[in-house]
Design a protein around this ligand. Structure first.
Ligand SMILES: Cc1cc2nc3c(=O)[nH]c(=O)nc-3n(C[C@H](O)[C@H](O)[C@H](O)COP(=O)(O)OP(=O)(O)OC[C@H]3O[C@@H](n4cnc5c(N)ncnc54)[C@H](O)[C@@H]3O)c2cc1C
Ligand SMILES: NC(=O)c1ccc[n+]([C@@H]2O[C@H](COP(=O)([O-])OP(=O)(O)OC[C@H]3O[C@@H](n4cnc5c(N)ncnc54)[C@H](O)[C@@H]3O)[C@@H](O)[C@H]2O)c1
Length: 463
């Protein structure tokens, strides 16, 4: 049993912020140790986040499509949702991915431990597993410990479940008929949309006046308009307490200075995630459970040999962002700690997997107008004129492109409507590479696909 180890790089957390760096540095010849309590790769994204939630969503979309049989000239009944079977399908997806990741670990030279790491000081950590505790001396440290659900400090908050309860392996939360979702951010709207498509009648209580705040405002307003036909939404609702009376839950909230109560059979708390810092972080002068401050090279302030990519820095809590940050941290470590690779936060796209979807990248319209004033050119392509949208019967939606009026460089792209999540990737590349309208107009996107709308919008300036 080891009592002490020396490595080039120690990594806390094997999620999207941790493992890409581990594999890159391992392949580059560094001695790498990685520790994670899950004992496998994927972090929250695979355990309770992106992958299981999108698996359940996919089942819900199949059922939603079945409601459109008559539109396509088909007949047949809408299938019943079998919640247990859907969860079993979700588990199978997760387990298959875990098996693949296990093989990846086994094929590498990474010293991988199931356990947790604690900060001892700026030169060493302590690794704690079921079997042993030992010290690890490092040249570089990557703290990629992610985040956890934030629970409101209100009476009865322990009566609510959260996304981890819903999506973890072997989840046992029963299918609700009237779920009340506290929080209308990413998780709130995605869960409401998927549960409704599976047959539930959800309500969302959101304290601000917008669903998924922080997006381009037009996207949030579009989503609220579309979702309110299927979901009971209360904006400006300040939740005060949760009570339980036999099988029923009551959520008490204030709206317009008046008290209200909503009854349901499940309460889902989706009020954000807080950064999860390792024990001992205060020894480096940082408070626990707060975002770790990083430079654009992902170095922790005042500790250039320590990096903190992913949710733990609170800058962009998305899996693909964590992966990119992890790779950037790894490149800088491979360069001996020289800052050679920089994170471009503005070219990270985001997607909200509701029905319909939202996606965006770059400046929002509000930010662009603030920064560029009247020099912003805004072009909109309406799904109502799109062939594929017509074929799908999904003609409500738009692609909005924001250009710098002087040189027609793309500043931002925002999409509301079916397939938005697939359409955003080339636009993220365009923002990253500083492409202009001509570049977007003079590439042939396939027909009849909604991506043609990107060409068509850009041709406004480059016919
Ligand atoms: C319901 C839900 C749906 C989501 N859907 C999407 C989506 O569709 N698309 C998207 O891009 N993002 C999505 N996200 C966000 C995404 O899951 C996170 O942004 C991503 O997982 C962040 O990666 P990370 O590596 O920074 O953190 P994590 O994935 O949280 O990984 C951190 C790892 O560190 C481990 N750890 C914690 N403390 C220690 C310690 N002391 N020592 C060692 N290890 C430790 C944890 O166990 C964990 O495995 C979703 C999140 C949720 C909750
Ligand atoms: N599609 C995706 O990429 C995806 C999907 C799910 C989660 N995520 C990530 O996970 C993070 C966490 O998701 P989330 O939805 O929990 O957080 P969030 O920050 O997106 O939304 C939380 C919402 O809760 C609201 N809220 C806070 N206090 C409240 C109260 N007292 N009453 C009512 N509403 C209240 C906030 O105003 C906010 O709108 C997201 O920010 C995102 O980074 C991403």
């Amino acid at each position: 049993m080891a009592t002490e180890l020396s490595v080039d790089v120690a990594i806390l957390g094997a999620g999207g912020g941790g493992y890409p760096a581990a594999f890159f540095l391992d392949k580059s010849g560094f001695k790498v140790l990685m520790v994670d309590p899950i004992g496998n790769l994927g972090g929250n994204c695979l355990a309770e986040g992106c992958v299981p939630s999108k698996a359940v969503r996919e089942a819900s979309l199949v059922r939603a499509t079945a409601k459109k049989y008559p539109f396509f000239g088909l007949s047949g009944t809408v299938p019943q949702a079998d919640w247990k079977a859907i969860l079993a399908y979700k588990d199978k997806v997760q387990n298959t991915r875990y098996a693949l990741h296990k093989e990846e670990i086994n094929r590498s030279n990474i010293l991988f431990y199931k356990g947790i790491g604690k900060i001892v000081d700026e030169k060493k950590i302590e690794v704690i597993t079921d079997k042993e505790n030992f010290l690890v001396f490092f040249k570089f440290l990557i703290i990629a410990t992610g985040s956890r659900p934030h629970s409101l400090p209100i009476a009865g908050s322990d009566l609510a479940v959260n996304s981890h309860d819903l999506f973890k392996l072997n989840a046992t939360v029963p299918f609700p008929s009237k779920p009340i979702i506290i929080g209308g951010g990413y998780i709130g709207v995605e869960v409401a949309s998927m549960l409704e498509n599976l047959g539930a009648k959800p309500s969302i209580l959101e304290t601000t006046e917008l669903l998924v705040g922080g997006l381009d405002r037009e996207l949030s307003l579009f989503l609220a308009e579309k979702l309110k036909t299927r979901i009971h939404i209360e904006l400006g609702a300040q939740v005060e307490s949760i009570e339980k009376d036999r099988d029923k839950f009551k959520v008490v909230y204030q709206k317009n200075n008046q008290g209200h109560t909503l009854e349901g059979d499940l309460v889902i708390m989706a009020t954000g995630r807080e950064c999860l810092t390792p024990e001992g972080i205060e020894k480096l002068g940082f408070p626990s459970s707060k975002p770790l401050p990083v430079t654009s090279f992902l170095q922790l302030y005042d500790f250039p040999h320590i990096y903190a990519p992913g949710d733990v820095n609170g800058k962009s809590m998305l899996f693909h962002s964590a992966v990119l940050q992890s790779i950037i941290a790894a490149h800088n470590i491979a360069a001996g700690g020289q800052p050679v690779s920089r994170m471009d936060w503005k070219s990270v796209p985001y997607t909200v997997f509701t029905e319909p979807e939202l996606a965006g990248v770059g400046l929002t319209e509000e930010e662009a107008l603030h920064l560029y004033g009247q020099h912003v050119e805004i072009v909109k392509y309406d799904y109502a004129v799109d062939s594929r949208a017509e074929i799908l019967g999904e003609t409500e939606g738009f692609i909005k492109l924001l250009f710098d009026g002087e040189n027609k460089r793309l500043l931002g792209a925002h999409i509301a409507g079916v397939e938005a999540s697939q359409l955003i990737a080339p636009l993220a590349l365009a923002i990253r590479e500083g492409l202009d309208a001509e570049a977007l107009a003079h590439v042939a996107f396939p027909h009849p696909m909604i991506s043609e709308g990107i060409n068509k919008a850009a041709r406004t300036f480059s016919p």
